[in-house]
Design a protein around this ligand. Sequence first.
Ligand code: IMP
Ligand code: MG
Length: 178
Amino acid sequence: METITKKEIKPIFTSEMINKRLDELAKILNEEYKDKEIYAICVLKGSVMFTVDLIKKLTMPIKLEFIRLSSYGSGTKSSGKVNAVDIKLPDLNGKNVIVLEDIIDTGHTAQFLSEFINHNFKVASYKFISLLDKKCRREVDINPDMYAFEIDDKFLVGYGLDLDGNFRNLDYVGYIET
Ligand code: IMP
Ligand code: MG
């Protein structure tokens, strides 16, 4: 694939739009959990921006955990195979767990993670929260409990999302024509 430059990325969700949606999601979560402790699980690397920005808006006690999964490899098409690069988690029995993911595409990653957690722990509650939902690409029957934005079949970068490791640092989400 030829090299893509920043000029070819078309902004779709600006940092103002993201911030406003995260306020709305945080309000719902703050009301729902009140003072209950939650374990927030950030799925690296793509969810790093979403996670830090969202948890700063949350008011309950939070334990932050990181796991690392990969599915895309290189390029812009999902392999459908989930690679658990690092999935060490503390004892989540009896805990309120929220998973924070950058995007649900085919759904294989979300399904893998939900099965992994529910197979290994009896959690008190579980929510899968995704910044983006690419519903039209779903291959398995799974949906996020909450998401910030739905998008059609575009390849997105920025605000954590990458193309071959690039563009994660943009403060907006944009798309690249493929
Ligand atoms: P799924 O397993 O196909 O749902 O893919 C989930 C993972 O693929 C996400 O966590 C992302 O890391 C990656 N991914 C899916 N769509 C995109 C995209 O448009 N841009 C960048 N990464 C993506
Ligand atoms: Mg990801």
